[in-house]
Design a protein around this ligand. Structure first.
Ligand SMILES: [Zn+2]
Length: 538
């Protein structure tokens, strides 16, 4: 009844004057693309009402809480390859963090996504970082093609994040290599990077006492023992000199943001004749997740500190007076570790049985069919047939592998490369894709496996948890596919769009605000104007 009364009252008010549509806003001068590694839509949902800093500010923008890294192989490198290219991994060529290429001209046939395996003396652990395998241009490259005066900067806690978001033409590209911030060989170290190197070295040299525990984190403060380590109550205490602990702490994100802020200031980004772009890859949430899961004090503190650090970074951007546009998203999601899920009424949780590993399956097939060699290569997910098999052996092994995987209770589906290749690229909303459509979005015939083995939901690919590795992602299930996408610009009218979109929509959306024409990509422009205007039509 109250609503009806209000309607009657307002009926007596003077009619709203016809409005002339506002003139289109000029393009932003600086694009700021932030990726929070492993920032699952579920994590965002859990903490969005707790934020008071930078993330709270971004919540006033255009919020897509259910965006998708739609593809099956929800890993860091493929995920980052979608964010600023507009293409799914099937087209970026980045189908996984690493794959097996039996034609590689070196003894080690495992190829890391962000390396050049042709460099003599390398292997996939001791590699030369490279953009070689990224097959498509990034937004930064498109900006430079439109106006060579545009500058592109990419910094991150991981090389693959920095490289996949920066692309092939970058003015500055820096990442943490476990020891300090580095780039490709021969690049001069800018002042902002050197200052960050020095500040981080000094920080690591000192011990770190426990970080404050926000009041709302207290219910999570319970011990859980996994892989011989007790977790759940950590507060990022660390001993002097512990670089691994630094990497998996909020300070690692704060350092990358400080380096980004310094580069914005020193390079006067956003104040040149053409728009500039800075990509920022914040990796600590992922390291915190892998080493301690998502439902302990560790992730709760990480979220609070991330919010504050992003707020500090936005404050620096504000002080420059530049009209900048932010997009924030993630490379993939995740969910909590198996052991704590089981404590919290999730009895379906399980670790992958070693018998499902391609090495074991291949050994068994070789023994039973009388074929020498490994027969199958890989672990779970993509599986390759040994290139030394004869055509007749290949046919037999492939059929036998499919048959065996299908009998395994932990396996949800097994597809051959030919089956995936024969599937059309999905054109429906990403929350409705079938399993093989998710696989299709991850499939590039050159690097992809001859078989794809997908585990059932809530079967983690971690066979045995250990220190630093108790939780992971990479599955085709929505807890790993769903991430937030948020656009923010000063003065914009915010809104929330709960229907599903894709991370490949980010590039065409940003391109539209910059007035760049793009066509033929997998993504589509998202209209950021909640009114009758259309930000995609400008
Ligand atoms: Zn990641």
């Amino acid at each position: 009844m109250r609503r009806l009364a209000a309607a009657l009252l307002f009926a007596g008010a003077s009619p709203i004057a016809a409005q002339t549509p506002p003139a289109p806003r000029p393009a932003p001068k600086l694009i700021v693309a932030i990726s929070v590694d492993q920032y699952a839509a579920d994590l965002f949902a859990q903490y969005r009402n707790r934020y008071t800093g930078g993330l709270a500010r971004l919540l006033g923008g255009a919020v897509f809480p259910s965006a998708y890294q739609g593809h099956a192989a929800t890993e860091t490198c493929p995920g980052h390859s979608t964010i600023l290219t507009g293409y799914r991994p099937a087209h970026t060529g980045i189908i996984a963090n690493s794959w097996i290429d039996q034609r590689a001209g070196r003894p080690d046939k495992v190829v890391y996504c962000a390396e050049d395996e042709r460099v003599p003396g390398t292997d996939h652990n001791k590699y030369q970082a490279s953009d070689l395998h990224l097959k498509v241009p990034t937004l930064g490259e498109r900006m430079k093609a439109a106006d060579p005066r545009s500058r592109v900067v990419s910094v991150a806690g991981k090389d693959r994040a920095a490289i996949m978001m920066g692309g092939h033409k970058v003015d500055e590209l820096w990442w943490w290599d476990g020891d300090t911030y580095i780039s490709y060989p021969g690049r001069a170290v800018p002042g902002a990077v050197q200052r960050t190197r020095d500040a981080v070295a000094a920080l690591i040299a000192r011990p770190q006492t426990a970080l404050p525990l926000p009041r709302y984190c207290k219910p999570l403060d319970r011990p859980i023992t996994v892989g011989g380590v007790t977790l759940g109550q950590g507060r990022f205490e660390r001993t002097a000199g512990d670089k691994r602990a630094f990497r998996a702490s909020p300070a690692a994100d704060a350092a990358v943001l400080a380096m980004a802020a310094g580069l914005v200031q020193d390079m006067k980004l956003g104040r040149g004749p053409a728009p500039d772009l800075i990509a920022v890859g914040l990796s600590a949430t992922d390291y915190v997740g892998h080493s301690t899961g998502t439902q302990g004090t560790e992730m709760c503190i990480q979220q609070a500190e991330l919010d504050e650090a992003i707020g500090g970074f936005l404050g620096v951007l504000d002080a420059t007076g530049v009209d900048y546009e932010v997009v924030l998203t993630a490379d993939h999601g995740a969910h909590d570790m198996t052991e704590r899920q089981m404590e919290r009424a999730m009895p379906m949780e399980a670790h992958m049985e070693p018998g499902a590993n391609a090495k074991m399956v291949g050994a068994a097939i070789g023994r039973d069919l009388g074929i020498a060699g490994p027969v199958l290569l890989g672990g779970e997910g993509d599986v390759w047939l040994d290139a030394k098999l004869t055509p007749a052996q290949r046919t037999r092994v492939l059929a036998e592998a499919v048959r065996r995987y299908r009998t395994m209770p932990q396996v949800a589906a097994v597809f051959t490369g030919a089956e995936i290749a024969a599937t059309a690229m999905p054109a429906s909303p990403p929350d409705t894709w079938t399993l093989i459509e998710r696989a299709r979005a991850s499939y590039d015939p050159t690097p992809s496996g001859d078989l794809l083995v997908l585990l059932r939901p809530r079967v983690t690919s971690i066979e045995k948890p250990g220190p630093g590795y108790v939780e992971t992602h990479g599955s085709p299930w929505d807890y790993d596919r769903r991430v937030p996408v948020i656009f923010w610009r000063k003065g914009m009218t915010g809104f929330e769009q709960p229907l599903s979109v894709e991370t490949v929509d980010i590039m065409p959306t940003l391109a539209a605000t910059l007035g760049l024409k793009v066509s033929g990509v997998d993504g589509r422009c998202l209209d950021l104007d909640p009114g009758p205007g259309d930000s995609c039509a400008r």
